[in-house]
Design a protein around this ligand. Structure first.
Ligand SMILES: Nc1ncnc2c1ncn2[C@@H]1O[C@H](COP(=O)(O)OP(=O)(O)OP(=O)(O)O)[C@@H](O)[C@H]1O
Length: 213
C-alpha cells in the first residue's frame, strides 16, 4: 500500500516570495522538502499558509524566487506535476451531483488508485458504506471533508498537500485522519497547512510563516 520508491519527490523552494498588489504576504522562503517526510506550515490567519500550499501545488506562481520539483533526482516541469500531486483544501470543490461511489469511480478513471485499494475498500475506510449510493450534495460538511481527504490519501501520488485537513470533522473523523496520516505516508512527501495541533501530531518539521515576513 505504499508509493513506489522510484517516484520519490523532493521540492526545493529558493528565495520564494508572494505578493498581492503591493503587499508581500511572505518573502525569502528557502526550504527543502524531502521525500518520506511530513511537514506542517504554521502561522496566524492571513500569514500565507494556504497561498504557499497552492504555490507548491503549482496552482499559483511566486512573484520572486523559484520552486523546483525532483522525482527520483530528475527535475519535473510544473506541467507534469499534476499527476504526482493530491491536494485537499477547504475551498476545493468536489462534484456533488454524483453519488459517492460514482464520484470515486470517476476520479480514478484519470488518477491512479493507491496500490491495494478499490473504490469499495476506500468507502469502507471512510466508514460511509451506508451512503455510498447517495448524492454527495446531501452529505454533511464533515462527510464531504472525509470524501476530500479520501480522494487525496488514496490516490497514488508522491506529494500530498493538505490545507486544514480536519475542517468540519467530528472526533471520530479526526481519529480517522490521524490514522491515515500514519498508515499512508510511507514514501510520500506530506505538507500540511494548519492552526490545529491535531492535524500535525508527530510530523517531522514545523515551518513558521512568521519567519518569512
Ligand atoms: N487572491 C487573492 N487576492 C488578494 N489577496 C489575497 C488573495 N489570496 C489571499 N490573499 C491575501 O493573502 C494573505 C494570506 O492569505 P492565506 O489565505 O494564504 O493565509 P492563511 O495563512 O492560509 O490564512 P488562514 O489561517 O486564515 O487560512 C491574506 O492577507 C489574504 O487576504
Amino acid at each position: 500500500m505504499a508509493i513506489p520508491a522510484e517516484t520519490a519527490m523532493t521540492i526545493s523552494v529558493n528565495q520564494v516570495g508572494k505578493r498581492y498588489q503591493q503587499h508581500w504576504v511572505f518573502k525569502g522562503l528557502d526550504y527543502t522538502f524531502e521525500n518520506g517526510k511530513q511537514y506542517a506550515i504554521l502561522g496566524a490567519n492571513g500569514s500565507g499558509k494556504s497561498t504557499l500550499l497552492r504555490m507548491l501545488a503549482g496552482m499559483q506562481s511566486p512573484n520572486k524566487g523559484t520552486i523546483e520539483y525532483n522525482i527520483n533526482n530528475t527535475q519535473l516541469s510544473t506541467e507534469k506535476l499534476f499527476q504526482h500531486v493530491s491536494f485537499c483544501a477547504p475551498g476545493m470543490d468536489i462534484i456533488e451531483e454524483m453519488s459517492l461511489k460514482e464520484f470515486l469511480t470517476f476520479h480514478f478513471t484519470f488518477k491512479k488508485i493507491l496500490n491495494g485499494f478499490t473504490v469499495d475498500k476506500i468507502i469502507e475506510a471512510m466508514g460511509l458504506q451506508k451512503v455510498s449510493h447517495k448524492f454527495i450534495h446531501d452529505f454533511s460538511s464533515g462527510m464531504k471533508q472525509r470524501v476530500k481527504l479520501a480522494q487525496a490519501f488514496f490516490t497514488q501520488t508522491s506529494l500530498l498537500l493538505l490545507d486544514e485537513p480536519c475542517s468540519n470533522l467530528d472526533l471520530q473523523g479526526v481519529q480517522t485522519y490521524q490514522d491515515w496520516l500514519k498508515q499512508y505516508s510511507h514514501n510520500r512527501l506530506i505538507i500540511i497547512a494548519s492552526n490545529d495541533e491535531r492535524e500535525y501530531e508527530g510530523v517531522h518539521d514545523l515551518i513558521s510563516m512568521q519567519d518569512y515576513k
